[in-house]
Design a protein around this ligand. Structure first.
Ligand code: G4P
Length: 526
């Protein structure tokens, strides 16, 4: 394929993830986005007209027929001429490195906020990762059909707590709980929604001028216009450069459940979110999207399918055209990797992928040698920087209940370590039989024990340790640190030395008493 043709494919792609706190409506919104796009595609519905009626059961049908699932790793759908890749972030209430890694595979994020709850802890954490990586964020205030806060309260909270300036594109008409429609702030026009029984796939919309809106909604319209003008006075109008720089965030008010604001979100993604771009290699050379094929593995998952135990590596394509069957090089080993079994993985279902382009996510089956952060390429060679690992906050010793199972235990630990399920730490004192696991969230420990039992037949027990933070250190500092109360030094499987510290006061004390010791924070560096 010519580089012009690849450039065309790239230009129509948008790859993003939804970041949110559990229960904010991520699944509902994912479903709404995919269904909206499909119905547009299938029925050729046009904006402003009532959409085809479709209910949740239609969704189930579609899930069966096409293998789409809201639990998919990467959901791809077309919307008009655009190809949208929605990369899923793990949905459980806990935190794992997986979630962070997914964010290395996207070009934009949608921050979904519950109108009644505002910013919640998990959203905050994920937002910090986006900020760190320079990922532009679109904000969606969801559940506007239910009582909640006022728009200006929510806008202020975001600006004040995380220093991100919301620039609403679509401002609600009607308070939370009385969602009538959206003021299109750039056009000055009104999009009026109609509620449908059972919830249509596409909310019927009526486009109206400001005058017609005034007649129709009266005070509600006036209030929206006044607040919108206030935002303009405060400089909170959309600015593409500031958005891409991560300083401002286009904002939309929505109800995923009623499908209100879903089209506006899709249109905003297509219009404003950046298309896939080239990436800098470890040698600081940028591989452009039209250069020969390259990809980064961002997630490895084993045992997804109970009937054939396998290991899937998900790669995000960075450059070039991917064709199934291609033999690519694994940068970390220099070995060839045959991509005969490339798949798009949707929940339990899989479809073979024949071609894919930058921004797309492809699952590689039986990828035993691939680990998160690895690079695949066709010549010329390239290697991308490793995915940073995030600061663990929970630490526990893991032991096999029966000494006779030590071999399987060791094998299982190596496997889970290589997948990045947890970080595995060891030191001479504790020995090999009781490694220390370091996790971002405690649920990762449950995953470890469950998988060791299911896949390796080993019962294990977890004993929590009284450490709450980790710092990167080095050999020179290790012995002095080990003498400190509330500190223990370990070596992580990648060779990095980590000092675990009981709490931040202890750390501050040591830093003050021993300023010469190396104690670096473990934050994302890429
Ligand atoms: P999550 O993936 O972020 O965890 O959230 P999910 O979509 O599962 O939504 C969590 C709950 O919030 C669900 O209710 C869902 O129906 C509801 N919800 C999502 N979006 C909206 C919205 O725009 N408006 C309103 N009013 N509710 C919304 P549930 O009680 O857990 O399930 P269900 O009984 O409604 O199915």
């Amino acid at each position: 394929m010519s580089s012009e043709a690849i450039a065309r494919e790239v230009a129509r792609r948008r790859t993003f993830a939804i970041i949110s706190h559990p229960d904010a409506g991520k699944s509902t919104m994912t479903e709404a986005l995919a269904l909206h796009a499909r119905v547009i595609g299938e029925a050729g519905a046009i904006h402003g007209k009532a959409g085809r009626k479709s209910t949740v059961s239609d969704w189930m049908e579609m899930e069966k027929a096409r293998g789409i699932s809201v639990s998919s790793t990467a959901l791809q759908f077309t919307y008009g001429d655009a190809v949208i890749n929605l990369v899923d972030t793990p949905g459980h209430a806990d935190f794992s490195e997986d979630t962070y890694r997914v964010l290395t595979a996207v070009d934009a994020a949608v921050m979904l906020i519950d109108a009644a709850k505002g910013l919640e802890p998990q959203t905050l954490k994920l937002f910090q990762v986006c900020r760190h990586r320079g990922i532009p964020v679109i904000t969606v205030i969801n559940k506007w059909d239910r009582p909640g806060r006022t728009p200006l309260e929510l806008i202020d909270e975001i600006a004040e707590r995380i220093g991100l300036t919301p620039t609403p594109l679509f401002f609600p008409v009607g308070i939370a709980g009385d969602f009538r429609g959206l003021l299109d702030r750039r056009e000055g026009s009104y999009v009026r929604f109609t509620r449908t029984a059972g919830g249509a796939t596409i909310a019927p919309e009526e486009l109206m001028s400001a005058d017609a809106a005034q007649d129709r909604e009266g005070d509600e319209w006036t209030a929206a216009v006044e607040e919108s003008e206030l935002l303009t006075e405060m400089g909170q109008d959309h600015d593409q450069e500031l958005f891409l720089a991560g300083e401002t965030s286009p904002m939309i008010f929505a109800s995923a459940m009623l499908n209100f604001g879903v089209r506006q979100l899709l249109d905003t993604l297509v219009e404003l979110a950046p298309p896939p771009a080239g990436r800098e290699s470890v040698d600081h050379v940028t591989r452009e999207v039209t250069d020969p094929f390259s990809a980064v593995v961002f997630k490895v998952q084993a045992g997804m399918d109970a009937s054939h135990r396998d290991r899937l590596a998900f790669m995000r394509i960075v450059s070039g055209e991917f064709e199934r069957g291609m033999v690519v090089t694994h940068a970390q080993t220099g070995k060839p990797f045959a991509t005969k079994y490339a798949q798009a993985v949707f929940g339990r279902d899989r479809a073979t992928v024949d071609t894919a382009y930058p921004g797309d996510v492809v699952g590689l089956v039986n990828a035993m040698t691939l680990a998160p952060g690895d690079t695949l390429y066709t010549d010329p060679s390239v290697e991308y920087p490793p995915i940073p690992s995030f600061a663990p906050e929970h630490f526990a010793v893991l032991r096999a209940d029966s000494a006779g199972k030590y071999k399987q235990f060791r094998k299982g630990m190596d496997q889970l370590d290589s997948e990045g399920v947890v970080q595995v730490l060891r030191n001479d004192l504790r020995g090999d039989a009781s490694p220390v696991l370091a996790a971002v969230g405690p649920m990762q420990f449950e995953v470890v024990t469950a998988r060791l039992k299911a896949e390796f037949g080993v019962d294990t027990s977890v004993e929590f340790l009284g450490f709450s933070l980790a710092r990167r250190t080095d050999e020179d500092s290790a012995s002095e640190l080990d003498r400190q109360r509330g500190v223990e030094v370990f070596t992580r499987s990648d060779g990095v030395r980590l000092a675990l510290v009981s709490d931040k006061w202890r750390l501050q004390y040591i830093e003050k008493e021993h300023p010469d010791l190396t104690l670096e924070p473990l934050v994302a560096t890429a």
